[in-house]
Design a protein around this ligand. Structure first.
Ligand SMILES: Nc1nc2c(ncn2[C@@H]2O[C@H](COP(=O)(O)OP(=O)(O)OP(=O)(O)O)[C@@H](O)[C@H]2O)c(=O)[nH]1
Ligand SMILES: [Mg+2]
Length: 439
């Protein structure tokens, strides 16, 4: 995927790491290299120009944050700006709801519906499909075939003329399912009729997500299409298909990013597991192949650690969201044990769940659970009773025991942090120690 863009950026950055020192000349060269690579990768000229200018300006003007060498700083700037270029990260719906898929003929709707169904299945949320393409009888057959292939129920009757009627029956039928996926009609172009039909369907379906499939091989034209659908129908995200085997993916991604309709998924092949959740940070890290880019970012963040966070935690006033952030940063700084070992007077023993928090899988599950909580529940997890536990488990595709485990860990951490704050002077020591890490 995007081999050319990737190798071009890597070469440009390698020159920086090899350079003796950073000066205007080397930054000029970097800017030129990146500019050339972006253009070759189908990125819009104006965008490429703006990006390289910003990189050069920032690299010349900004002082490296504490802990970063000038070279590392330049690499981080390039990384930052590239991440901004490909858009913002957006959340994937992880609770029961309805997703409507729209897109032009052959854009990969049906295939992507299969992919996303499997994605949810794996996470314990049960999908069901409703076919609303009344124009092409073959579309209904395709959807039914796909559904039986992945063992997902499907309502796709042929011969009916009113998509809302189909939808009504389908929704009734699949009340007990978690993720209802609606396959809407395609067309060869987005015209007024299609817009009208899709709008009517959306009004009736009230989908939580409207995902637009766009093939990446459209290149920069993808953005125009995204904008068109956004204005005429309204979309919550983009499923960028066919990223494999096109050199124009860079153009597609960046042109979509401008529309501010977030790319949520990318399709990377015909098979049903060829899909990725789109995460700008991860995407760019992989593209520039800088294994240690995350390390660099951590280092840079250390410089601006916020004291209030430490204080908030210290007084035990912290919510589920903060709890999760803490776990994430602890995971990054390695074992909390080593941090605690540095602070005299702190209990040497940790609740055993903190070790478990190192496991990526568990963190993921916890993040789904927290996403399934209401705002109130996140702010005051005390109110989570048995029926709420049940709902959260269902919404996040986990078990009730797992939700209770999360709550227990939260309580344990809260207790532990309260204990810290009770000891005079301990908190400032802890804050100092934490300064070397990200909080
Ligand atoms: N290489 C590749 N092919 C894809 C991808 N997604 C879909 N396809 C292929 O694109 C073609 C069209 O995909 P469909 O899923 O039928 O597209 P659709 O939007 O449902 O098409 P219509 O229902 O005919 O409008 C099929 O041959 C798919 O295998 C992808 O991510 N990569
Ligand atoms: Mg289809």
């Amino acid at each position: 995927m995007l081999e050319k863009l990737s190798s071009g950026l890597r070469d440009a950055l390698r020159k920086i790491t090899k350079a003796g020192y950073i000066d205007k000349k080397i930054l000029d060269e970097l800017a030129k290299d990146i500019h050339r690579t972006l253009l070759a990768g189908d990125v819009d000229m104006v965008l490429a120009q703006k990006l390289t200018k910003t990189i050069e300006e920032r690299a010349l003007k900004e002082k490296p944050p504490k802990g970063l060498t000038p070279k590392e700083h330049v690499i981080k700037i390039v990384y930052d700006e590239l991440v901004k270029l490909v858009g913002k990260k957006s959340e994937i719906m992880m609770k029961p709801g309805k997703i409507m898929f729209i897109g032009l003929y052959g854009s990969g709707k049906t295939t992507s519906i299969g992919k996303i169904s499997k994605y949810y299945q794996k996470r314990g949320l049960r999908p069901a499909l409703i076919g609303c393409d009344i124009h092409r009888p073959a579309a209904m057959d395709q959807l039914s075939q796909l559904a039986s292939q992945i063992h997902v129920p499907c309502h796709a009757p042929k011969g009916l003329k009113d998509p809302n009627e189909i939808l009504k029956t389908g929704l009734e039928k699949f009340k007990k399912y978690d993720i209802i996926i609606i396959d809407a009609s395609g067309r060869s172009a987005l015209d007024k009729d299609l817009a009208k039909e899709l709008k009517k369907l959306a009004e009736f379906a009230k989908p939580d997500e409207v995902l637009l499939t766009i093939p990446a091989d459209l290149g920069q034209a993808a953005g125009e299409q995204a904008q068109g659908f956004k204005e005429l129908v309204g979309i919550t995200g983009i499923f960028l298909t066919k990223m494999d085997g096109t050199a124009r993916g860079g153009g597609a991604i960046t042109s979509c990013a401008i529309t501010e309709a977030p790319i949520k998924f990318i399709g990377t092949g015909e098979k049903l597991d060829a899909m990725e959740v789109f995460d700008p940070d991860r995407f760019i890290s992989r593209l520039i192949g800088f294994g240690d880019i995350q390390g660099l970012i951590e280092k840079a963040k250390e410089a601006d650690i916020k004291k209030e966070t430490v204080e908030k935690i210290a007084t035990g006033k912290f919510t589920m969201n903060e709890f999760f952030d803490q776990l994430k940063s602890m995971q990054k700084m390695g074992s909390l044990k080593s941090v605690m070992g540095m602070v005299p007077g702190l209990p040497a023993k940790l609740p055993k769940d903190f070790d478990a928090s190192k496991q990526e899988g568990k963190m993921k599950k916890w993040s789904y659970m927290i996403q399934s909580m209401t705002k109130k529940e996140k702010e005051d997890p005390q109110i989570i009773d048995a029926s709420r536990v049940k709902r959260i488990a269902k919404g996040s595709g986990t078990t009730e025991a797992e939700v209770r485990e999360l709550l227990k860990s939260y309580q344990q951490m809260k207790k532990m942090l309260k204990m810290f704050s009770g000891k005079r002077g301990m908190m400032s020591k802890l804050a100092k120690r934490f300064k070397g890490f990200k909080l």
